[in-house]
Design a protein around this ligand. Structure first.
Ligand code: HEM
Length: 259
């Protein structure tokens, strides 16, 4: 029988095996790549290299000190179906994607939900009165605000929707547009907190569908419920002062609330 966990010890899982004291660095690096870099491309290039070099050093360290129980150590000892080890540069790429994909996506979705609740008091009131609505409301936040848009480069000729695509064409996959498609969603431009049918594509679809979707849902659930429980009634009285990040990941960055 295993010993009962000590309630005083808070165990924070560290999938990449990186300590929490780097949180401000990571936050700035990801902002520089995905947000600030839209206006200042040199920042994007610089911090893309900063992140990759950080993970190159981390991968080198884990190769020199094997046996850790984190994701990077596990990938370094994994093999593909033919028995070949994973190229360390691929491990760097996977760690990079894990970091970049997991930060501003969630704060954008949480921020959008807070913006919504701060500007739609009837929805805030319903969630406070009927907490069982939270899981469905989170799906509707994801559908309605759809924080992430992705793109692809066409690699073989294909005709879709009457359009001929040729190799090299760049295609923006407008997940937010798809999530407001009137052929799929009833009354798509209305936020319906208890929408019954909600097969949205906020996490994409197909082979590259978001690997962190359930973690993202959990983060939204914990952050939003905790905020509403602790703050109670709040509002965004000056929506004009809200600043939104655009680009591939969309969400509020400055969100003044009154409570
Ligand atoms: C609400 C928050 C999030 C949203 C809306 C979101 C959305 C997306 C979207 C639309 C894609 C691209 C799908 C495609 O290209 O077809 C994606 C990919 C990905 N996401 Fe998320 N994501 C979120 C949070 C997270 C978190 C928390 C993590 C991990 C910590 C994560 C990890 C990934 C990874 C690794 C990929 C790449 C998957 C692949 O290319 O195979 N995401 N996400």
């Amino acid at each position: 029988m295993s010993a009962a966990p000590d309630p005083k010890v808070i165990r924070t899982p560290q999938p990449l095996g990186i300590t929490e004291d780097r949180v401000d660095d990571f936050t700035y690096w990801v902002r520089a790549v995905l947000e600030l870099g839209l206006q200042e491309p040199e920042l994007r290039v610089k911090y893309r290299d900063v992140i990759r070099n950080f993970f190159r050093a981390t991968v080198a360290d884990r190769r020199a000190n094997p046996g850790g129980d984190d994701l990077i150590s596990a990938l370094l000892t994994a093999t593909d179906p033919d028995g070949n080890p994973v190229d360390p540069e691929i491990v760097v790429g996977m760690a990079n994607l894990q970091l970049v994909a997991g930060i501003d996506t969630t704060w954008s979705s949480i921020g959008s939900a807070l913006f919504h609740l701060g500007t739609n008091p009837e929805d805030l009131e319903r969630l406070r009165a009927e907490p069982e609505l939270w899981p469905g409301a989170i799906e509707e936040f994801l559908r309605f605000y759809s924080p992430v848009t992705m793109a692809r480069v066409v690699d073989s000729p294909v005709t879709y929707g009457g359009i001929d695509f040729v190799p090299g064409d760049k295609v923006l996959m407008n997940f937010p547009g798809a999530n407001h498609d009137p052929d799929v969603f009833e009354d798509p431009d209305t936020f319906i907190i208890d929408r019954a049918e909600n097969r949205h594509v906020a996490f994409g679809a197909g082979i590259h569908r978001c690997a962190g979707s359930n973690l993202a849902r959990l983060e939204m659930d914990v952050a939003l419920r905790t905020f509403v429980d602790r703050i109670g009634d709040f509002s965004v009285q000056t929506p004009i002062e809200v600043s939104w990040a655009s680009g591939q990941v969309r969400g509020p960055r400055i969100l003044p609330i009154t409570f």
